[in-house]
Design a protein around this ligand. Structure first.
Ligand SMILES: [Zn+2]
Length: 245
């Protein structure tokens, strides 16, 4: 009989925290049991920058698990909306993209949760008609500079209607992640606000926010026992190398 060899021994020796196969978070951070899927009428497309696979604090995958009508793609560029989405799109102008530019709701003198803007950053005239026609929304997932890279590399985004959000409160990330913009929301918060406003269903945002709060609570709880989860530990490169084996 030969000695037990190879992968098993190595795996137990290295003993990295195992990941949940569904949400891909380390098991102590898994919140799958708290995720009740929501039927969203308006489609969601999340484009995730390949370097934004923060398994501890990332929210794109959790968002996609919670909102059933969601496509999550990881990459830098796609030739068209339909290629990114994996299905034909009759009219990309009926898709909205959460705009990253400098337009701020407070400067536009409105208290709406969501506003359609033109290329000059001004409010579009026919807000109600434009927003009512939206059949899908694109959200870019990553840091500010990663999201900007996605914006510039996907020229078809120019065909989509730009929308901006006026969050009622700052992101629940708080100090866990540094965001250069005060209004910088996590993907799960932004998706919740967008779909709630467009579908006029406040419960969407309430449910996603509750999931996010649960995720952050688990993170805070686990952080002391799992130093590898600390934000500045930079486990990302090792993580990807390990995963590709
Ligand atoms: Zn999970």
């Amino acid at each position: 009989m030969s000695k037990p060899s190879g992968p098993q021994t190595v795996a137990s020796a290295a003993a990295p925290t195992a990941d949940c196969q569904r949400c891909l978070k380390p098991l102590p951070l898994c919140i799958c049991d708290a995720i009740t899927p929501i039927e969203n009428r308006i489609s969601l497309l999340i484009l995730q920058h390949p370097q934004e696979q923060d398994r501890a604090l990332g929210t794109a995958r959790v968002t996609a698990l919670q909102l059933k009508n969601t496509v999550l793609k990881i990459g830098l560029s796609w030739p068209s909306l339909s290629r990114a989405l994996g299905r034909p799109v009759a009219d990309p102008s009926r898709w909205a993209v959460l705009y990253l530019g400098s337009a701020r709701l407070s400067d536009l003198g409105t208290n709406s949760d969501i506003v359609a803007i033109n290329r000059k950053g001004e409010m579009e005239d026919n807000q109600r008609g434009i927003l009512k026609a939206v059949e899908g929304v694109v959200v870019l997932d990553g840091t500010w500079s990663q999201a900007k890279a996605l914006w510039w590399r996907n020229a078809w985004l120019l065909k989509c209607q730009r929308v901006i959000l006026g969050p009622a409160r700052p992101s629940r990330y708080g100090k866990l992640r540094r965001e250069p913009r005060a209004e910088g929301l996590s993907t799960i918060e932004a998706a919740g606000m967008l779909l709630s406003a467009l579908e006029k269903r406040p419960e969407i945002s309430d449910t996603l926010d509750a999931t996010f709060e649960r995720m952050l609570a688990k993170y805070q709880e686990a952080r002391t026992s799992l130093p590898e989860l600390a934000p500045k530990a930079r486990p990302k490169r090792d993580y990807r190398r390990r995963k590709r084996r």
